[in-house]
Ligand binder design. Structure first.
Ligand code: EPZ
Length: 433
């Protein structure tokens, strides 16, 4: 299992290019199942979850081509298998996104129930109820969702809870349904808009993506398309937070600042000078220590839960005290005990963490538990007085493309150790992904 070694003390300076959004790429690649014509996707990030998604599509019978400029072309003309097995769903719960497209195009699907994960139970009842409303018959037996349908029929669906992949699954299914579908209380994330734009490029008729009411007029088929996915606003926010934590001056490039307002507002409250252009954001701490901020996560356009761990970590070394309330997932504070082991002053009360900032943390051996928690531990290492060793960093590779290379580019002292049995060697640069 690889480990990251981080040595603190260097304020980060410089600029870094942000990759394509993981949470756009996954549903968009899977949307290729909706058409027998090829889908070409640009700006796909080199991430473990993308590899897993392409592997899943391949197992269903799709052909996947990658050209030298990292443009992925997916053709699902020859799909002949409709089963997403436990092995693959267990490694990536977003595999559930194949359910809607397989039902809409082929009328059948068997998808392993995605279990819970470190951050919560992650139920999928909204996906199942919504697909039933569209006319699918769905049973759960032997740990698998057994689904079948004739042509899906448009429906008026109210989602009890705002769900990103729930909205995406139903939106994809509805594109080929007979008639019109309305999804009320839909997720408004930029990744939902990006998926809708890609589907409309394939000939779908979707209106209202990005609002809480999405209308889809079903069509008989979808055609080929070429789509460039948006930048990863969470990756961008993570590097800006790294600049804030270290009192540095960091610019993130190739981003959509309009998707990052809630995060920029909080970094501004922390004392950062934020400037921005059409596709870049600069955070300059002017050498100052950040100030603690209060945060309550919420569905978009509220403060993103995927940035909660990173901002909690900033509070750990900021002046004053601040409270962080997590409203989306029931167990998304596993990074707290790891930060406490590094000397952070955090007290928990239900879903709220109250943090009293300290001047610096002490390096320690820590363990990553989920994707964003592992990023927050890397940030903690950047301000620790001694070396930090982060274990189980496969979590980080799921969502961050070459994190040690990008942080090194900004002046961080970070390297990856490949621990193979008793032999370990280090490479200062990330494996080219
Ligand atoms: C998406 O997960 C993202 N993943 C998550 O990013 C992100 O944290 C989350 O949205 C919230 O923004 C992808 O897009 C692949 P939800 P998703 O359904 O869709 C409840 C990362 O770090 N719920 O929006 O699975 C659920 O329990 C990952 O990149 C139901 O009750 O999250 C949660 O409390 C982590 N029933 C809330 O809704 C359902 O059927 C929001 O979950 C579905 C969800």
């Amino acid at each position: 299992m690889d480990q990251l070694i981080v040595k603190g003390g260097n304020p980060l300076h410089g600029s870094v290019r942000i990759s394509g959004a993981k949470n756009s790429g996954l549903p968009i690649l899977i949307s290729a199942l909706l058409s027998d014509k090829p889908l070409r996707v640009k700006n796909i990030p080199h991430l473990q979850d993308v590899t897993t998604t392409l592997d899943l599509l391949g197992r269903l019978g799709a052909s996947v081509e990658l050209d030298e400029s990292m443009i992925v072309e997916v053709s699902t003309r020859d799909v002949n298998n409709f089963r997403a097995t436990y092995e693959i769903v267990e490694t990536m719960r977003a595999s559930i996104l194949v359910l809607g497209p397989l039902l809409a195009r082929f009328g059948r699907a068997q998808v392993s129930m995605p279990g819970g994960c470190a951050i919560g139970s992650r139920p999928i009842g909204l996906h199942i109820e919504g697909l039933r409303a569209l006319g699918a018959s769905i049973d759960v037996e032997g740990g698998y969702i057994q689904a079948s349908a004739g042509r899906l029929r448009g429906a008026h669906i109210f989602m009890d809870t705002i769900s990103v992949t729930g909205t995406e699954n139903l939106m994809m299914a509805a594109t080929l349904a007979q008639g019109t579908t309305v999804i009320e209380n839909a997720a408004q994330e930029p990744e939902v808009i990006d998926l809708a734009n890609c589907l409309n490029g394939m000939g779908a008729k979707i209106e209202g993506a990005g609002t809480n009411k999405v209308m889809i007029e079903g069509v008989d088929y979808l055609s080929e398309n070429s789509h460039t996915i948006i930048a990863d606003r969470i990756e961008a926010g993570t590097y800006l937070a790294a600049g804030a934590v270290t009192g540095g001056d960091v610019t993130v490039r190739d981003v959509q600042p309009e998707n990052m307002v809630a995060v920029m507002d909080k970094l501004n409250d922390a004392g950062a000078q934020i400037t921005l252009g059409s596709d870049w954001v600069r955070l300059d701490m002017r050498g100052n220590r950040p100030k603690c901020v209060n945060i309550r996560t919420a569905p978009y356009p509220g403060f993103p839960t995927d940035m909660q761990a990173q901002m909690l970590m900033m509070n750990c070394v900021a002046s004053g005290s601040g409270s962080i309330t997590e409203t989306i997932f029931e167990n998304r504070f596993q990074h707290v005990q790891e930060l406490q082991r590094m000397g952070a002053n955090i007290s928990m009360n239900g879903s709220t963490a109250t943090v009293a900032g300290v001047k610096a943390l002490q390096g320690a051996r820590v363990t990553a538990t989920d994707l964003r928690a592992s990023a927050c531990l890397a940030l903690a290492g950047l301000v620790a007085t001694s070396e930090t060793v982060i274990h189980k960093i496969h979590h980080i590779d799921r969502g961050y493309n070459c994190i040690e290379e990008k942080l090194s580019q900004l002046g961080a002292r970070i390297s990856r150790i490949h621990v193979n049995g008793n032999i370990s060697h280090s490479s200062n640069l990330a494996q080219s992904a």
